[in-house]
Write a protein that binds this ligand. Structure first.
Ligand SMILES: O=C(O)CCC(=O)C(=O)O
Ligand SMILES: [Fe+2]
Length: 317
């Protein structure tokens, strides 16, 4: 696998009224997920100008003084500002990036939030003119793109087209504006250390600076170079589980480059909190394969966040 071979899939056909056209795109997506766990999408219909307006909003947020950013510091919810080196991985290395995160809108009187559910909380917006509108617009545009891709997954497995999307009524779907400052240390600085994503899919917009690397099946780190007009989509652990490991959840990382401020916008697309994720529901498992146990989406994700995020470990956060 090289970045040249990570497929670029034009997904516009998934919106065709013709079932065969939709199935043809679904087959390409299925092949990419079986083989790489990563693919680029083109033909998504999200205008460049809207994306650039979101990146401008991100830049205006991150260039504020730290104390302004900290006014909306995220606690034990993925809402608001996450500071540099907030995440730490197994070998103790921090991630050198900062972020602003928002989720599917939840009103303050939502019973889940009242009940203390940490992944269902109201968004926290900065007091910054011109910020919310483009960011929220990008959130819903990317959300719609995710739903389209999930229809493709369902078609690939011969399931009703709404098999996955029907579990996205009050989803745990978080978008992050990420800022990677220029590398400062002598050695390699990880913007995001080697990891797999936790959820169903991640849809990533990245700027032109590069830095994202994907591990090949042979263990080599290969660049997933920016391609104008595309998003990078990758399979997370929950989707890999749901498909009884037929879809690959692939290791990836970001290496900060000297002298460069990098911006990216990952969208972590996960279903409703109580979604029953049962591999036995998805046809096509070979008769001799062991079928994995079902899991419940929300508790599974919370377990994964708590593994490495400092703020999720602070009792009073
Ligand atoms: O910023 C990127 O390019 C990727 C970030 C990433 O992999 C993540 O946040 O899970
Ligand atoms: Fe990731």
């Amino acid at each position: 696998m090289t970045d040249a071979t990570l497929p670029v899939i034009d997904i516009s056909g998934l919106n065709s009224p013709d079932l065969d056209t939709r199935k043809a795109v679904a087959a390409e997506i299925g092949h990419a997920c079986d083989t790489y766990g990563f693919f680029y999408v083109s033909g998504h219909g999200i205008p460049d100008d809207d994306i650039l307006a979101t990146v401008d909003a991100a830049r205006s947020f991150f260039t504020q003084p730290l104390e302004k950013r900290m006014e909306i510091k995220a606690g034990a919810t993925n809402r608001g500002y996450t500071a540099l080196k907030e995440s730490e991985h197994e070998d103790g290395k921090p991630d050198v990036n900062e972020g602003f995160e928002l989720g599917f809108p939840v009103p303050p009187e939502d019973p889940d939030f009242d009940g203390g559910n940490p992944v269902r909380a109201p968004n926290r917006w900065p007091d910054l003119e011109g910020f919310r509108e483009p960011v929220e617009k990008h959130y819903f545009a990317t959300f719609a793109l995710g739903m389209t891709i999930l229809r493709g997954f369902a078609l690939h497995f011969g399931l009703p087209e709404d098999f996955f999307t029907k579990t996205f009524k009050r989803p745990v779907a978080d978008m992050r504006l990420a800022h990677y400052p220029p590398q400062t240390g002598d050695g390699v600085e990880f913007g995001t250390f080697d990891h797999t994503d936790h959820g169903v899919i991640t849809i990533l917009w990245q700027d032109n600076n590069g830095g994202l690397q994907v591990q090949s099946p042979g263990g080599e780190w290969l660049p997933a170079a920016p391609i104008p007009g595309t998003f990078v989509v990758n399979i997370g652990d929950l989707m890999s589980h749901w498909t009884n490991k037929r879809f690959r959840s692939t290791l990836h990382r970001v290496i900060n480059r000297p002298g460069v401020d990098r911006y990216s916008i990952p969208f972590f697309f996960n279903p409703d909190f109580d979604t029953h994720v049962d591999p036995a529901d998805i046809p096509g498992i070979p008769a001799d394969a062991e079928v994995l146990e079902p899991v419940t989406s929300g508790p599974y994700l919370i377990g994964r966040f708590s593994d490495y995020r400092h703020s999720w470990k602070e009792e009073d956060a």
